[in-house]
Ligand binder design. Structure first.
Ligand code: HEM
Length: 479
């Protein structure tokens, strides 16, 4: 057994080195004009980049250091890619507006393989626009109303277990809450039971394979991720088959899958069949919503609870807003849909959380054609990353940027200065859902508990989505 593990580890290392050597390329002639350093042969500046991740300030220190030396546009070699980093509102406008098809999305190879060729995240141009249209309705505010009662009940149930005086890892609680919400919304999965457990287990493996080394050897994260993806798809095939076989074609279900099955599945009449989703497209995009929506909302909620814990004056003001709503409910614990329009301060706290934490520190694109920025020529095919963390900490826009100050969102911000949910054609389609989940959870949390962190550690996990490394352990006390 030990020998097998050793052989697998050696194979992994050899294949990893082979992959990095293969992908290591000196920049082309045109790229020579862009300042920056490519670091060490083969690994480039990957180690410095990953080390910066774990800092409380994340890759901000990596960015600041290079921006001081090279300016707002610089090249480097990180995570197996020659990459140009850019920052500033002008760069954001060019890269995010996608004007004239200048750039396309640039996902890691492993991410593309796991999500499949017809995922929203792997398509560009017309096909991307078509998929966006198809998922827009099930994620719209109107469609979310149907899931409001479930989200409310689940938040109350999740928080009920906090009163036991146990050590609570906020990240785990947020992860369980957000996964149950999305699984129920997408395919009506019950929040407890064997199916939920299987779903959770498969999702965890898929999630950790997403940005792994592209080694398809047994035991590697990538290989396991593809296997878990196949199990998840088999589960979806089963649900789709059962719904199609039932007398009412699954009409009793009121979820995302059903909406797409009724409206878009081929052979259902109505619109031209060519315009509709195949089962493969349906599955790729259900998985895409899970992957894109789960870690981000989990991280957002966890950072928000952490920032509240560190800023008692903000917590006090937020609690006043929610106690006001609670009073109006007159003893009823469940929120009403109309209460969602009554949380202006909560919305500011959410925005400030996404600014300060910048849970997706850069947005990755590929130049779809040659273009010029800040006087530099960027060649077609180049990986271009928008450094969002620097935009969110620009002191000329956000005075005293390290301070957690939700009231800064009282003033109208300059375009492209706050990019918590992105902007342009790739702007987050799950924004309303994420906000709804966070507002409901926060309402029940602040009306019910006070909490104290159980350790002081501001390190951050070295993952694509920034999260507190220690999962933010707290002790909650009932109010
Ligand atoms: C606090 C929670 C969330 C944050 C901060 C967030 C942030 C973002 C950002 C910044 C982007 C754009 C990235 C880019 O331009 O490269 C994005 C895209 C996306 N998000 Fe979210 N997101 C959140 C929750 C969700 C949820 C709940 C869902 C779905 C259920 C979701 C689904 C997606 C998808 C599918 C995309 C890709 C859109 C496309 O390429 O057209 N997100 N998100």
């Amino acid at each position: 057994m030990a020998a097998a593990v050793l052989v697998a580890a050696v194979c992994g290392l050899v294949a990893g080195a082979w992959w990095m050597t293969r992908s290591w390329r000196r920049p082309s002639e045109a790229m020579h004009g862009i300042p920056g350093t490519m670091g060490w042969p083969v690994v480039g500046e990957t180690f410095a980049f990953i080390a910066a991740f774990s800092n409380p300030s994340g890759i901000l220190s990596f960015m600041r250091d290079r921006q001081k030396r090279f300016g707002k546009v610089f090249k480097t070699y990180v995570l197996g890619r020659t990459t140009v980093f850019m920052t500033g509102r002008e760069a954001a406008k060019i890269l995010l507006s996608g004007k004239d098809g200048v750039v396309s999305l640039n996902l890691f190879y492993t991410g593309k393989q796991v999500l499949g060729p017809t995922s929203l995240l792997t398509t560009n141009g017309d096909e991307h626009r078509r998929l966006r249209r198809l998922i827009a309705h099930p994620l719209s505010v109107d469609a979310l109303k149907k899931h409001f009662s479930f989200i409310n009940a689940l938040a109350i149930q999740t928080l009920s277990s906090w009163s036991s005086g146990r050590r609570i890892l906020v990240l785990n609680e947020a992860s369980s809450f957000t996964l149950k919400v999305i699984a129920n919304m997408l395919v009506s999965l019950e929040p407890e039971g064997e199916e939920q457990e299987k779903f959770r287990a498969n999702f965890k493996v898929i999630s950790s394979s997403f940005a792994s080394l592209p080694l398809k050897l047994p035991g590697t994260a990538f290989h396991e991720g593809l296997k878990a993806r196949n199990r998840m798809y088999a589960m979806l095939d089963d649900v789709i088959a059962r719904r199609r076989a039932s007398a009412d074609a699954g009409a009793g279900h009121d979820d995302f899958l059903q909406m797409l099955l009724m409206k878009h599945a081929r052979g259902s009449g109505g619109e031209d069949d060519e315009e509709k989703l195949t089962d493969a497209q349906l599955k790729d995009n259900i998985l895409t919503l899970l992957v894109a929506g789960h870690d981000t909302t989990t991280a957002g909620l966890t950072w928000l609870v952490k920032f509240l814990g560190e800023n008692p004056d903000v917590l006090q003001k937020l609690r006043e807003e929610h106690m006001g709503i609670k009073e109006e409910l007159g003893g009823e614990e469940h929120l009403r849909w109309s209460d969602m329009n009554n949380m202006p301060y909560t919305n500011k706290v959410m925005n400030e959380t996404l600014r300060r934490a910048t849970i997706l520190p850069w947005y990755s694109r590929k130049a779809a054609q040659d273009f010029t920025i800040d006087g530099y020529q960027v060649e077609k095919g180049t990986s271009v990353n928008l450094d969002v963390v620097s935009i969110h900490h620009d002191a000329t826009v956000f005075a005293d940027p390290e301070k957690f100050n939700p009231d800064r969102f009282d003033s109208t911000l300059k375009p492209y200065s706050f990019l918590g949910f992105g902007s342009g054609p790739r702007m987050c389609p799950g924004m309303s859902l994420a906000k709804l989940e966070i507002c409901v959870f926060v309402h029940h949390l602040v009306c019910r508990y006070d909490w104290k962190p159980m350790e002081e550690d501001n390190s951050v996990q070295p993952t694509l989505v920034r999260m507190p490394k220690n999962k933010y352990p707290i002790l909650a006390t009932a109010l």
